[in-house]
Write a protein that binds this ligand. Sequence first.
Ligand code: PGA
Length: 249
Amino acid sequence: MKIYVCENYDRMSEVAANYVAAQITLKPNSILGLATGSTPEGLYRQLVEKYNKKEIDFNDIISFNLDEYLDLPKEDVNSYYTFMHENLFNHVNIKEENINIPEGNVDDIESYAMKYDNKIDSSGGIDLQVLGIGNNAHIGFNEPSDTFSRYTEVVNLTPETIEANARFFDNEDDVPKKAISMGIGTIMKSKKIVLIASGEEKAQAVNDMINGRIDPKVPASILQLHEDVLVVLDEAAAKKIDKKLYKKI
Ligand code: PGA
């Protein structure tokens, strides 16, 4: 695990965007795994800027998103479908048919989830997966559990996650209680991973991910076993880790 610490959120976003842009330049038909949430908003803004300056091209990019809420219409302002289109897809030349976001409103969701994993595999696998991390160290919507989930599946969100997500909804009762999420196994198959985290409320989860034992109660801790992970933090998120472990960038 390589760890970079940046002065602030904007610099964290810039460093992560440079990494994703390098991937796109080196392999213009990359398969990107994408994340939602507040953390990657700056990263997507910077990717759009790079696209506008003609530094990167999304024409041959294929994307797979990590997760989506269940029982929320696709067009809802809080769906991850909407998030991705507003923050990235509407502003770059990615082809609509190359965008994959799990659907939260299908009849047979178990077989749909299996097909989502199969589609990732048959496309050649994710070259670079972007991740955030929850306050409870979840990745995607893989919540602390007794086992690491292997495949894309329906998950029950924990009260902590529901509370964290409530800031986007009019009231907590409106926050979906379930989601469909790539499994930890799906995420671990990505060739490269870049995880970004910002703010002091992430500091404990970040420390547990890096220094704790590998434990499904700390889903992100499994990343210690992945051979190509770049963690990009701002100073607040790096507060609990030893300076010797990271490079200031
Ligand atoms: P956030 O969410 O970026 O909105 O903090 C991260 C996550 O839950 O993975």
